[in-house]
Design a protein around this ligand. Structure first.
Ligand SMILES: [Zn+2]
Length: 277
């Protein structure tokens, strides 16, 4: 197909204007094409978008969102189908990151090599979290942008390879912010509480907030939960208190952002989509 595309790559905005033989359409992407990044796009309402073989919700304004995981490939494909069922596929380069190793000493040894009798509990809890992240709600709360859920020194970052008490574990997906036990945690964006669990094996006090379109926040190691499932929260509302529950060496908040099961980098999302002051 004859396709002429003008790509203006002005980070963090990627704008693609395509002139097709049968007409023209525009596809707009906001956000950085980097591992861990969140991207908000716009097409003409009624058109369809597929990213990495996965169809994404396009609303009646033409808005859609997707995320790139920690190990997203160097090139991704986005397929666009217009109202006349004409299909165009775009390739985008995804910036590849280098993740550091972080050694964590002093976590409870049972959380590094869990005894067999807790494996069933671990599986059950993982299922609860996984299911909460399948919520696909039409609310566009994520469009308000994000603020830090609390202020404090950053003690852990997204993507790092973790070694717990000398044993290699899963990569770290959250942004760790240190604060004394009991410090209030605030909602980083509007949303609806989809999971409240007081004591998970790895994550301790755990809270999930859905921001719409599969974008969710997860908060772990909490000492206290101040909201209930189904509750609507506004940006800056107190939702929980910092703790050191689960696999933790000291009090801190671990904040994660997902696009469904795809784990995004909260620091990147904060940087690219800050809430209007
Ligand atoms: Zn953490």
């Amino acid at each position: 197909m004859l396709l002429r595309c003008l790509s203006l790559y002005r980070r963090p905005l990627v704008l693609l204007i395509c002139l097709l033989p049968m007409g023209s359409f525009s596809l707009e992407l906001k956000g950085e094409l980097v591992q861990g990044g969140m991207l908000i796009g716009r097409v003409t309402p009624g058109e369809q978008v597929e990213v990495m073989g996965r169809s994404v919700r396009v609303d009646d304004q033409g808005l859609f969102v997707f995320g790139l995981g920690r190990d997203a490939p160097a090139e991704i494909k986005l397929t666009h189908t217009n109202g006349a069922n004409e299909v165009t596929t775009f390739s985008y380069a995804v910036e590849q990151r280098v993740y550091r190793e972080q050694r964590v000493e002093g976590v409870p040894q049972k959380t590094v090599t869990p005894p067999p009798e807790v494996l069933e509990r671990i599986r059950r809890e993982a299922t609860l979290v996984r299911e909460a992240r399948t919520v696909d709600d039409r609310r566009t709360d994520f469009l308000s942008g994000f603020v830090k859920p609390l202020e404090g020194p950053i003690t852990g970052v997204y993507g790092s390879r973790r070694v717990y008490n000398g044993t290699p574990g899963n990569p770290h997906y959250g942004l760790d912010i240190a604060a004394p036990t009991g410090t209030e945690v605030f909602a980083p964006a509007p949303g609806v509480v989809t999971l409240v669990h007081r004591e998970m094996f790895y994550s301790g006090g755990t809270l999930l907030i859905d921001h719409g379109y599969g974008i969710s926040s997860t908060f772990i190691h909490l000492s206290e939960l101040l909201v209930e499932e189904g509750q609507q929260v506004g940006p800056g509302d107190p939702i929980a208190r910092v703790g050191a529950t689960g696999r933790a060496t000291g009090p801190h908040l671990d904040w994660r952002i997902n696009w469904f099961d795809v784990r995004l980098d909260p620091a990147l999302v904060l940087d690219q989509f800050p809430a209007a002051k």
